[in-house]
Every structure is written in structure tokens, then in C-alpha cells.
Design a protein around this ligand. Structure first.
Ligand code: CU
Length: 189
């Protein structure tokens, strides 16, 4: 028992030292900016997962999210009123319908692209989903900070996207431990 515990501990330490971490602050025109999608394209295949965009207080939450190709996204309605969910994705328009609190719809994204979500009832509601061929991604927080954990050391193409249309692309090297990345997006009006 003790022996297997020790070997588990050794394994977890080995795994920890193997992984790199990409950290940084994304700026736009020199100022930290939130809701920027950041991802690393390398050799690892995307691992599909499950995600959710909630409809709450007349807003889609989160406003910006990133998912790997193959991911199924749920769209529950948590408000006391009807919402509609439709989105534009790779030049297609897909309408998931209009439904009340407690109901949900879902959709599986099988190709990379950027989906823009809207509600036909509340014109102020909008959100973005960035579907990427990557398993290493993040969205910047309110201070523009991002952190991508468990990245195998190696060469990657770093990509970033902001809803203003600003993008960034660069080759980066991720080492063991923390690798600091610097991204300054061009300011768009
Ligand atoms: Cu709505």
C-alpha cells in the first residue's frame, strides 16, 4: 500500500515537472484587455470536451469562450423569460429555437471557426465561441491575464482573437515551468 502510494507520488511529481505553463498579460494598444481568446497550435490533437453558454440576466455567460473541435456546447435558459439562440458560424446561420426557463439546447462544433451568438428577442444579447484545433487555450480575465496549464514543452503557433477583429499570431517556444508570453493586439475602432 505504502509502496503504491509512493509510486503514485513519484508519478505525479514526474508529470508535474514535465508540463509547461504559458502565462501572460494580453494588451491592446498597451492596455490590458479582457475576453481575448488565446490558444497554442502544436502537435497534440484537440481533446473535445463539454462546455456551456448560459442565458442569465439577459446575457449570454461567458461572453467569450474557447473550445476544442468536437466539443458539444449546451445552452440552458436560466431566466424567467423566453430566450432565443441563433448563431453565425463559418457563413452558416443556425437557429436553436426559442425556449423558456429550465429548457436547454445543444450543438456539437466539428470544425474550427468563430461563432457569434445572438437572441432574436433581446438585441443586446451577444456572445462568441472560438472553436480551435488545439487542446491548449484560455480567455483573458478582467486584468488581461491568461494562463494555459499542462502544455508539453515544444514549439507552437500562438494565436489570439478579440471581438473587435484584432488578431495576433506568433511562433513561441514553451519550456518546462512557466513561459511568459507577450501579446499586444492592434487597437481597432
Ligand atoms: Cu434573450
Amino acid at each position: 500500500m505504502l509502496k503504491s502510494c509512493l509510486s503514485l507520488l513519484a508519478l505525479s511529481l514526474a508529470l508535474r515537472s514535465f508540463g509547461g505553463e504559458a502565462v501572460g498579460v494580453v494588451t491592446m494598444g498597451g492596455r490590458p484587455v479582457s475576453n481575448v481568446a488565446v490558444w497554442l497550435v502544436g502537435e497534440g490533437r484537440p481533446a473535445s470536451t463539454k462546455a456551456m453558454i448560459d442565458q442569465r440576466d439577459r446575457a449570454f455567460t461567458p461572453h467569450v469562450s474557447v473550445v476544442p473541435v468536437g466539443t458539444t456546447v449546451r445552452f440552458p435558459n436560466s431566466d424567467q423569460l423566453f430566450h432565443n439562440v441563433f448563431f453565425l458560424f463559418n457563413e452558416r446561420t443556425i437557429d436553436l429555437g426559442t425556449y423558456p426557463r429550465g429548457q436547454s439546447r445543444q450543438y456539437r462544433f466539428v470544425e474550427p471557426g468563430i461563432a457569434r451568438f445572438l437572441c432574436r428577442i433581446h438585441s443586446e444579447m451577444n456572445a462568441y465561441l472560438v472553436v480551435v484545433a488545439s487542446r491548449h487555450y484560455a480567455v483573458t480575465d478582467g486584468q488581461g491575464r491568461m494562463r494555459i496549464k499542462d502544455v508539453p514543452p515544444g514549439e507552437y503557433t500562438l494565436k489570439a482573437w478579440h471581438e473587435s477583429g484584432a488578431t495576433h499570431e506568433a511562433r513561441v517556444t514553451i519550456g518546462n515551468g512557466e513561459s511568459k508570453l507577450q501579446i499586444d493586439l492592434p487597437r481597432r475602432q
